[in-house]
Ligand binder design. Structure first.
Ligand code: DLL
Length: 431
């Protein structure tokens, strides 16, 4: 089922026309109502009238997370609080968060965008979804809730944590869709297995995952423990929350809601635009938002765009899986490593589970990487020889693939941290 065929199956020409018209309106809105943007434009002599083609977007200065923070709490609002019906904030771990406001129309757009991604994931109005994202200032819980309801689904807003209760709802209410971070859904799956919950005791058939990435290997593990088809979706608080893009059942990238977001790919070092098909940092401009329009936001997420029509019938551009964040990339002894690369290597190996942590330290002038990984099975702990063999195997695999000689520490089953209340934090850069 395609939620909005007119918008999701448009021709490139139609997309470009919609995008240009909405971009011009957004630039006027931002310039006329947000002093931050007016100042930035004036500094370089740019006027809203100078934006006449889609390519002209490149004339607009970038917006960074720091720009947003400096305008805490409401400095970027383009409308008075009277028109705002909802506030959300980004999950900053340090300092002040970034606050976003939504008008009634923004809420309608958000619902529409979520309805589209739910249909992309194969959901229908007869499905019931258990949402295990946190509800609160985080956009995940409420963002998905309102869109799935809009689509006609029954929603169980279970929120995150309280895992035993989650499993009770899954067995007793019979949700067919589970919506949350992949790490938490995997954790719930392990718990279900431990409690002896079998495939015939639940009705889950689809997973809609987002808020963090997951590798193909992790996807296989989730599919194995739950017996469901996994899909993923992408979004960020700064431009709306979830609903920027979502994967369809062809599993070949996440369809972008092109009538709400203009995407660009840039080189994070030179800050120059690249062809969108090339891998680089994703830059997003909102073109539907009234409350807090955001121009050329540097997401720090690394991806590339596929413009070819999809077998599912949609023509909207697709973003590839996020490879990592530019600020996630670890440089260890000069080698660039994304945590997702380590995850891919580990999760494909026997005897080890889906839980790992990375510790990067500096000893003298040298960087070191320790990979702590959890054993699936405690029986291995009885054999020093087996443990040695496994450690050596992991170390060699990491060395040959990533060119880093890492220290491997095997941890007993269920000793590494689980992330019941949000996104997984597996990297500890202690330098
Ligand atoms: O995580 C919004 C969201 C909620 C999206 C639920 C999807 C589902 P923030 O907390 O602002 O918002 O975090 C945004 O999370 O810049 C990415 O780095 C990361 N992220 C989100 N979805 C994915 C994904 C929400 N599918 C930041 N793959 C983004 C990889 C993702 N990373």
């Amino acid at each position: 089922m395609i939620w909005n065929p007119q918008r999701e199956c448009a021709t490139r020409k139609e997309y470009d026309a919609i995008k240009l018209e909405k971009l011009k309106a957004t630039v006027h809105l931002a310039y006329n109502n947000v002093p931050f943007y007016r100042k930035k434009f004036n500094e370089i002599g740019l006027k809203p009238e100078h934006i006449q083609t889609l390519k002209d977007i490149e004339k607009i200065p970038y917006t960074s997370k720091d720009d947003l923070r400096e305008n805490y709490p409401f400095g970027l609002f383009a409308t008075s609080m009277d028109n705002i019906v909802r506030l959300h904030a980004s999950s900053g771990t340090t300092g002040k968060p970034v606050v976003f406001g939504y008008t009634k129309k923004d809420m309608e757009t958000w619902k529409e965008n979520i309805s589209r991604i739910a249909c992309q994931a194969g959901c229908t109005p007869t499905d019931m979804a258990q949402i295990v994202f946190g509800f609160g200032m985080f956009t995940g819980g409420f963002g998905l809730l309102q869109g799935l309801e809009n689509m006609g689904m029954a929603v169980v807003p279970a929120s995150s944590g309280n895992s035993e209760r989650q499993l009770m709802f899954i067995q007793d209410f019979g949700p067919t869709v589970i919506v949350g971070t992949p790490s938490y859904v995997l954790y719930l799956g392990e718990l279900a297995r431990e409690k002896g919950i079998t495939r015939d005791q639940h009705k889950l058939r689809v997973g809609m995952f987002g808020g963090e990435g997951h590798t193909a290997e992790m996807r296989q593990q989730i599919e194995r423990v739950w017996g469901i088809e996994c899909t993923e979706n992408y979004g960020l608080t700064e431009v709306q929350g979830p609903g920027v893009s979502g994967e369809c059942l062809e599993h070949c990238g996440m369809h972008i809601n092109e009538d709400s977001f203009i995407y660009e790919i840039i080189d994070s070092n030179t800050l120059k635009n690249k062809s969108v098909e090339e891998e680089g940092e994703l830059v997003l401009t909102t073109i539907s938002k009234e409350g807090v329009p955001v121009l050329r936001y540097r997401t720090k997420d690394i991806t590339s765009i596929d413009l070819s029509p999809c077998k599912c019938g949609r023509t909207s551009a697709r973003m590839s899986k996020i490879k990592g964040r530019t600020d996630d990339m670890l440089i260890i002894k000069g080698v660039n490593v994304f945590p997702s690369q380590v995850e891919s290597l580990l999760l494909g190996m026997p005897y080890i589970g889906p839980h790992y942590e990375l510790f990067v330290r500096r000893q003298g002038y040298t960087d070191t990487l320790e990979i702590k990984v959890e054993l699936l099975d405690a029986t291995l702990l009885d054999s020093y020889q087996e443990l040695e063999k496994l450690t050596k195997k992991i170390r060699e695999k990491v060395k040959s693939n990533l060119l880093i000689d890492a220290k491997i520490t095997l941890a007993a089953p269920k000793t590494l941290e689980r992330f019941e209340n949000g996104k997984a934090h597996r990297v500890h850069d202690l330098r």
